[in-house]
Design a protein around this ligand. Structure first.
Ligand code: FAD
Ligand code: NAG
Ligand code: NAG
Ligand code: NAG
Length: 475
């Protein structure tokens, strides 16, 4: 070996030493010894897959994506992130259309490995980890022949859904999802893991039921279980847009807590003319034929209908799989809540949606989605009994849109103003379908001061600072 070569080797060794030293000087994520998976932009396809979200609008490039295998790993990640001043984002199902469950350059705590579901021996409750999807829960519940109050679709995450209040197909019968939580476990901003229930940390229990992601990471929910309401009569009935006022009259007729209805404004090929589709969901014990008669007989004439029976909620939770696979990928979603199916509100939005989807073929795929659940059960719980304050009779209206934030924004403000004018009550916006530019008082209403005071105790330094941020301040 010539001296040149030797020198080269030395320099090379030195360089290695320097680089190892500098790695040691920097606290490393890998060195934390967390059980689970850690991905970085260097991890290739695994990393790319882990950045995916239901809406491509919500895809960002985090520095780390961590999948803890145990809840005990989470405090270590929080401590590391805080020591490096990295933003922390928490992801469960990743369906929220705003990018709150991801971060540009920060750390994503992906709860995907924490998805265990266990039914209690007496089958009266189900323990669900905070990273489960509703599909995980429904599969296990089906085996035990029980149901819980969860999301309509299997791929919605339990975590984000629950902290947003939770409208379920079963809400007409059993109330909101948060009204059926018996207790929960939360990782706090300071790393402590606490149990919360009506008697343990009761303020925290109140706050996580509709207060969003602002109070900690819920790693476990214990949910009340019920005997199944199925089999379900479900399917779709399609009408030409020319029938809109007749369809509205049919929708406005009475229904029970066992009948849920979704209404969609959509354009379908080949002509792409405006159409209305209704998706009924009728529990066992209701005369389905009688319930559906108002949509198919008399004045109103469907273009087509497909009605059948689904044995259980696992089956109905797969009803949108085709739309998910083949529908638009860039989703801008906003929604608001409204008190009733007022003509002015419904037809005003029809008008706006028709005009918007005329604009270009690009936005033609935008749909307007209405959810009609009998509100009586939901309103039995007081507006300040949980952080989810919207309790006066209302329905919820997830507006789905392909491209134009301005349109969704315009429609939800129109809906809010019209509803306030007619019902005399301003319901504001709903966190689960909001984008982040709404004001906290528009989301939390009169419950905001209490949430701000609880924030002083559980997150005084504002570690949870994504989404609808609540300031820690005493009342
Ligand atoms: C196709 C579709 C269908 C929907 N259907 C319904 C419905 O039937 N009923 C209904 O009520 N809503 C529905 N929603 C709204 C949905 O509940 C919210 O978007 C919810 O935030 C999604 O939860 P996620 O865990 O999948 O989302 P993510 O994007 O993973 O998270 C959303 C927010 O919740 C936070 N979060 C997630 N997990 C936790 C946790 N364990 N602890 C604390 N914070 C957490 C995240 O940090 C983020 O801020 C639907 C949305 C879509 C797109
Ligand atoms: C990433 O996702 C794609 C599409 O779902 C899949 O085909 C591929 O196997 C995934 N890659 C890894 C490494 O899991
Ligand atoms: C709906 O039910 C209420 C109360 O039961 C009743 O007063 C009202 O007339 C009903 N309306 C229709 C359209 O059937
Ligand atoms: C929709 O377009 C029609 C025709 O151009 C117009 O008369 C109407 O005012 C528009 N409606 C709204 C809500 O913009």
């Amino acid at each position: 070996m010539t001296w040149v070569n030797k020198l080269f080797v030395r320099v090379f060794k030195l360089l290695i030493l320097i680089s190892v030293l500098s790695e040691l000087a920097k606290p490393s994520m890998e060195a934390l010894g967390i059980k689970g998976q850690i991905l970085t932009p260097e991890s290739g396809e695994d990393y790319i897959n882990a950045t995916q979200r239901n809406s491509e609008v919500a895809v960002k490039k985090p520095k780390y994506i961590v999948f803890p295998d145990t809840p005990e790993g989470i405090p270590l990640v929080i401590a590391f992130a805080r020591s490096q001043s990295l933003e922390i984002a928490v992801k469960c199902g990743g369906v929220h259309a705003a990018p709150w469950a991801t971060s540009e350059g920060g750390i994503v705590i992906d709860l995907g490995h924490l998805n265990k579901v266990v039914v209690s021996p007496d089958k009266k409750s189900v323990t669900v980890q905070g990273g489960a999807l509703w599909g995980d829960v429904y599969e296990v519940c089906k085996e035990a022949n029980i149901e819980v109050v969860g999301g309509a679709l299997w791929y919605v995450g339990v975590g984000g859904f629950m902290v947003g209040g939770g409208y379920s197909p079963l809400s007409g019968e059993h109330g909101l999802a948060v009204d059926n939580v018996l207790s929960a476990k939360v990782v706090l901003a300071d790393g402590r893991i606490v149990k919360t229930s009506p008697t343990e940390e009761p303020d925290l229990f109140w706050a996580i039921k509709g207060g969003g992601n602002q109070f900690g990471i819920v790693i476990e929910f214990i949910l009340k279980a019920y005997p199944p309401l199925g089999p379900y009569t479900t399917g779709s009935i399609l009408y030409s847009g020319k029938e809109i006022t007749k369809v509205l009259k049919a929708i406005q007729q009475n229904h029970t807590g066992k009948e849920r209805l979704n209404i969609i404004f959509l354009r379908t090929p080949p002509d792409f003319s405006p159409k209305v589709m209704i998706l009924p969901w009728i529990a066992d014990g209701v005369d389905a034929e009688k319930s559906l008669a108002k949509f198919t007989q008399g004045d109103v004439k469907p273009l087509s209908q497909k009605i059948g029976t689904a044995p259980d909620i696992v089956t109905t939770s797969h009803s949108a799989d085709a739309q998910r696979k083949f529908g638009p990928k860039r989703l801008t979603i906003r929604g608001t809540l409204f008190s009733d199916f007022y003509d002015e509100l419904f037809l005003g939005i029809w008008d706006r949606w028709c005009n918007f989807t005329e604009k270009s073929p690009d936005v033609r795929g935008s749909v307007m989605f209405w959810d009609l659940t009998k509100p009586d059960k939901i309103t039995q719980i007081g507006e300040s009994d949980t952080a989810m304050h919207v309790r006066s009779p209302h329905y919820c209206d997830p507006a789905s849109d392909a491209l134009c934030d301005e349109f969704t924004s315009d429609v939800v403000s129109f809906a809010r103003e019209t509803n306030t004018k007619i019902s005399g009550k301003d319901l504001g916006y709903w966190i689960s379908l909001s984008q982040g530019d709404e004001k906290p008082e528009e989301i939390f209403g009169d419950n905001l001061p209490r949430l701000e005071a609880i924030k002083v105790k559980y997150d005084p330094k504002g570690v949870w600072n994504k989404g609808i941020v609540i300031k820690p301040q005493s009342a």
